[in-house]
Design a protein around this ligand. Structure first.
Ligand SMILES: *Cc1c(COP(=O)(O)O)cnc(C)c1O
Length: 400
């Protein structure tokens, strides 16, 4: 017998749950792309995107997923033969660096492994060694979705400043924008990339590159830039079609408009961050108790270095795979697969799973996942501390 019938919950770290209102906003005939409502709506989306990124500077919008936003950022600031510093804390920043390498950019990679955040002392050392300032950009992820580590972006800014190094600070916020707190301007981030399908609660298909004037000066020298990916024509264009260098992603824009209203006007960005923080703490509380009498371990040990958008968990040998299968078949919840690179000498890939808790997620959804996980561990005879769910409920109860 299966108990999975009912509304299925896809609790993977992107694409995330889309609000019914976002879906309904998209359910309409094609709008006119030359005049009328759509044109005015896009003019309003631009400042709201900047409000979510906490920047006064620029945003270029693309019809692209996160990988497209990665490429857009790279081509606008780099030339073939340039050197960059890639700060690996999981699959994603390394992937961004691999893309740059394939474009003829020389990558110096500092790989901090799958269980920790960026070691600023090693970054400082690399910057100090670059006496003739050949490094043009430093690539980092705020949250690496494979390991669920959260990097300290202000500390990275401080490290660049202490070294008096002019490299651009580039941050991948695809997993965590509108989930984990982020302040582009106050933190001195020069380029930030994100996508529509995680914290922004909209289908995959829109990518965003935020950049400041310093980054735009690098655009002036970049020889990798191509007409389609050029960010300049997309910022404050005189003609509407130039926002997207062709037909706009009409239906995504209606969905995004609704999602931005929900984030900025209805809930408020800081309250959105707070909700994610409390829900993440509830998950961590359960994991901690479960781990007291069994193999369950969050991948990232230090709480302040964990994301509020996604949690990578080691359930013990082979148990990540077993738990994912049980959750889908018996509880109607699909959890995230582990991504390659999270394994290592101390663990195998099949030990892990990932819980997505980004975007349109509330207390009952998270408690439902946690209760189902606890039932699954009992069913599969995975030893665990018995009161994990109670610990999570206590976090929720005390948050009010
Ligand atoms: C999801 C994600 C990406 C990739 O985004 P796609 O839309 O799948 O191309 C890149 N970086 C991070 C941190 C992500 O979470």
């Amino acid at each position: 017998m299966s108990l999975a019938q009912g509304r299925h919950y896809l609790a993977i770290p992107g694409p995330s749950v889309m609000p019914d209102r976002v879906l309904q906003a998209m359910h309409r005939p094609a709008p006119n792309i030359y005049t009328g409502e759509l044109i005015e709506m896009v003019a309003g989306i631009v400042p709201d995107l900047k409000a979510v990124a906490r920047t006064r500077h620029h945003v270029a919008m693309y019809i692209a997923n996160g990988h497209g936003a990665w490429e857009a950022a790279l081509v606008n600031i780099l030339s073939r033969g340039d050197r960059i510093l890639v700060l690996g804390t999981g699959r994603f920043c390394l992937g961004w660096g691999e893309m740059a390498a394939a474009m003829g950019v020389e990558c110096e990679i500092l790989d901090f492994g799958p269980r920790r955040d960026i070691d600023m002392a090693r970054v400082a050392e690399a910057l100090a060694g670059d006496t003739d300032h050949r490094i043009k950009a430093v690539l980092a992820v705020q949250v690496d979705t494979s390991t669920s580590v959260k990097n300290d972006i202000p500390a990275l800014r401080a490290t660049l400043d202490a070294a008096d190094h002019p490299a651009l600070l580039c941050s991948d916020n695809i997993a965590c924008l509108a989930c984990d707190a982020f302040e582009m301007d106050d933190w001195g981030v020069d380029v930030m990339v994100t996508g529509s399908q995680k914290g922004l609660m909209t289908p995959p298909g829109m990518g965003f590159v935020f950049f400041n004037d310093k980054a735009d000066r690098a655009r002036g020298a970049a020889d990798l830039v191509t007409p389609y990916w050029d960010w300049r024509p997309r910022v404050e264009p005189q003609e509407f079609y130039k926002y997207f260098n062709g037909t706009a992603p009409t239906h995504h824009l209606y969905g995004l408009r609704t999602a931005l209203d929900m984030i900025l006007k209805e809930e408020g960005l800081e309250q959105v961050w707070r909700r994610h923080a409390v829900l993440a703490e509830a998950i961590w509380a359960a994991l901690e108790v479960w781990g007291q009498a069994g193999p369950v371990r969050p991948n990232i040990t230090a709480r302040e270095k964990r994301s509020h958008a996604v949690t990578t968990v080691n359930f013990g040998p082979g148990n990540g795979d077993r738990m994912r299968a049980w959750m889908t078949e018996q509880a109607g919840v699909t959890l995230g697969i582990p991504l390659s690179g999270v394994d290592g000498p101390d663990a195998a890939t099949g030990d892990f799973l990932r819980i997505g808790h980004m975007g349109h997620v509330n207390a009952h959804m998270v408690l439902g996942v946690l209760a189902s996980l606890q039932a699954g561990m009992t069913a599969l005879q995975i030893p665990h501390g018995a009161t994990g769910l109670e610990a999570a409920m206590k976090v929720i109860a005390e948050a009010g």
